[in-house]
Design a binder for this molecule. Structure first.
Ligand code: PLP
Length: 410
C-alpha cells in the first residue's frame, strides 16, 4: 500500500486511459449507447455494470469516488452536488416517518436546519451533547436507526466521543454516520471508530480552492447492512456490503437529482492531489496562530482542540493526526468584533472553511444568525464568537496580521 498522496496522484492511471493521459478525462455525455441492445437492458437491470444516464453515474465522477473511497479506506463512495446534498441523502435515502435519529447538538448550521425539516417529515430527532457517549446511550429508543456526529464541531470545536459512540452503536446494531469535513480523511478515518458511513463536503479541504461545490458519502464497510430495517428488495439484489450505497444511489441521488457535474468532479480531483500538503501547512499555521492569540491580552478565550486547555484536547490527540485548521475565539470585552475584523489586512471577512486563504467570520451575526440566541446558547456560541479557517499563507504573515489588528486596540 502506498502513502496518501502517492495513492491519489496515481489512481487514475490504474485503469487504462487513452493516449497515456494522467488524468481521467471529463466525460460530458449524459447518455450512453450500446451496440447490443441486450447489454443496455442488462445495465438497467443491474446485471452488468455500465453507465446509462448522467444523473445516476458518470465516469469522471466515478474516478473521484474511487479516490475518496481510498482516502477513507472504505468499500464504495457516492458523490453529490454539495456536502448538504450528501447529508440530506441520509434521511431521504435511509429513514422513514417514525424512525429516530440521534445527533450531536454541536452541528454545522445547515445540518441543524435539515434535522428540523426532517422532523416535519415525521422523523424524530434527539439532539445531545456528543462529547460524552453516555448522552447518546440515554437517548436510544427502539426506533433509533442512526447516530450522526461531526468529528470536531464548527465553530466551538467540541470533539465528539467518537471511539465510545462507535462501540455503543456496534453493540446496539445502530448505523453510525460521521461528518468528517472538519478533519478530512487525511487527519482521521471514521472507519477506525466503527462509523459505517462517512460524509465529506468536497467543497472544503478536499478541493481546497473555494471554486467548486461537492459532497460525498463513503461506506466504510464497518456496518452490517443485514441489521438495517429499511433496505428495499431492489438494493438487496446486490451483495450486502453494497446495500447502503445502492439504496442511497437510487433513493437519494437518482430520485432527488443532486448529482455532481463531471467538470466539478475533475476540479475537485485536481484539488485533492495537494490536500495533504495544504492540510499540513494549515495545521502548522493554526498551532502557531492559536498559541499567539491565547497569550494576547486582548483575547478572552481561544477554542482549538490543539491547545492543552481545551476540554477534549486529550481525546483529539488520541484520535486525530492533528487538530485541524479551524478555531474560534472571543475578544476582550472592550473590543467590537467588527472593528477588529476591519483591521485585518490578510485574513478575509468571509464564510467558508478549508480554503487556501485565511477566512474569518463573526459567527452569531452571520452563519448562526438565523437560529436565534436561545439555540446559539445551547450550542455554546457566544454572541462575540469569531471563527477562523486558517489558510496556507506564510505563518509569519498571518501572525503579523493578527498581532497588528489586536495591538490596534491597546
Ligand atoms: C460546509 C460543511 C457542510 C456542507 O457542505 P457544502 O459543500 O457547503 O454543502 C457540511 N458539514 C460540515 C461540517 C461543513 O463544514
Amino acid at each position: 500500500m502506498t502513502g496518501f498522496t502517492t495513492t491519489i496522484l496515481h489512481n487514475d492511471r490504474l485503469s487504462d486511459i487513452e493516449h497515456g493521459s494522467i488524468h481521467k478525462p471529463i466525460h460530458t455525455a449524459v447518455t450512453y449507447g450500446y451496440a447490443d441492445a441486450r447489454e443496455l437492458a442488462a445495465v438497467f437491470q443491474n446485471k452488468q455494470s455500465g453507465y446509462r444516464y448522467g444523473r445516476q453515474g458518470n465516469p469522471t465522477v466515478t474516478a473521484l469516488e474511487d479516490k475518496i473511497t481510498k482516502m477513507e479506506q472504505g468499500v464504495a463512495s457516492l458523490c453529490f452536488a454539495s456536502g448538504m446534498a450528501a447529508i440530506a441523502a441520509i434521511p431521504l435515502g435511509l429513514l422513514k416517518a417514525g424512525d429516530h435519529l440521534i445527533s450531536s447538538v454541536f452541528l454545522f448550521g445547515n445540518t441543524s436546519n435539515l434535522w428540523q425539516t426532517s422532523e416535519g417529515l415525521g422523523i424524530s430527532i434527539s439532539l445531545v451533547d456528543a462529547t460524552q457517549a453516555e448522552n447518546i446511550a440515554a437517548a436510544i429508543t427502539a426506533a433509533t436507526r442512526i447516530v450522526f456526529v461531526e468529528t470536531i464541531a464548527n465553530p466551538r470545536t467540541q470533539v465528539a466521543d467518537l471511539q465510545r459512540i462507535g462501540e455503543l452503536c456496534r453493540e446496539r446494531g445502530i448505523l453510525f454516520v460521521v461528518d468528517n469535513t472538519m478533519t478530512s480523511p487525511y487527519l482521521f478515518h471514521p472507519k477506525d471508530v466503527g462509523a459505517g458511513l462517512v460524509i465529506n463536503s468536497l467543497t472544503k479541504a478536499i478541493s481546497g480552492h473555494a471554486d467548486v461545490l461537492g459532497g460525498c458519502i463513503t461506506d466504510t464497510g464497518a456496518y452490517d447492512w443485514n441489521l438495517y430495517p429499511n433496505i428495499t428488495s431492489n438494493a438487496k439484489k446486490q451483495p450486502s456490503p453494497l446495500w447502503g450505497i445502492t439504496q442511497l444511489r437510487a433513493k437519494a441521488l437518482r430520485d432527488f437529482g443532486a448529482c455532481l457535474s463531471p467538470d466539478s468532479a475533475h476540479q475537485i480531483a485536481i484539488g485533492a492531489e495537494t490536500m495533504a500538503l495544504r492540510i499540513e501547512r494549515q495545521c502548522s499555521n493554526t498551532v502557531q496562530l492559536t498559541a499567539m492569540l491565547a497569550a494576547h491580552r486582548n483575547v478572552a478565550a481561544v477554542y482549538y482542540p490543539g491547545l492543552s486547555g481545551h476540554p477534549q484536547h486529550q481525546l483529539a490527540s488520541d484520535l486525530f493526526v492533528a487538530a485541524g485548521s479551524i478555531f474560534s475565539f472571543e475578544l476582550a470585552a472592550h473590543i467590537d468584533c467588527f472593528d477588529f475584523l476591519n483591521q485585518l489586512k490578510i485574513a478575509i471577512s468571509a464564510t467558508h472553511l478549508g480554503d487556501n486563504r485565511t477566512l474569518i467570520i463573526p459567527v452569531a451575526h452571520t452563519i448562526f444568525f438565523e437560529m436565534g440566541i436561545e439555540r446559539r446558547k445551547t450550542m455554546g456560541i457566544a454572541e462575540s464568537l469569531i471563527r477562523v479557517s486558517v489558510g496556507i499563507e506564510e505563518a509569519a504573515d498571518l501572525l503579523a496580521d493578527f498581532r497588528q489588528a489586536l495591538d490596534f486596540f491597546n
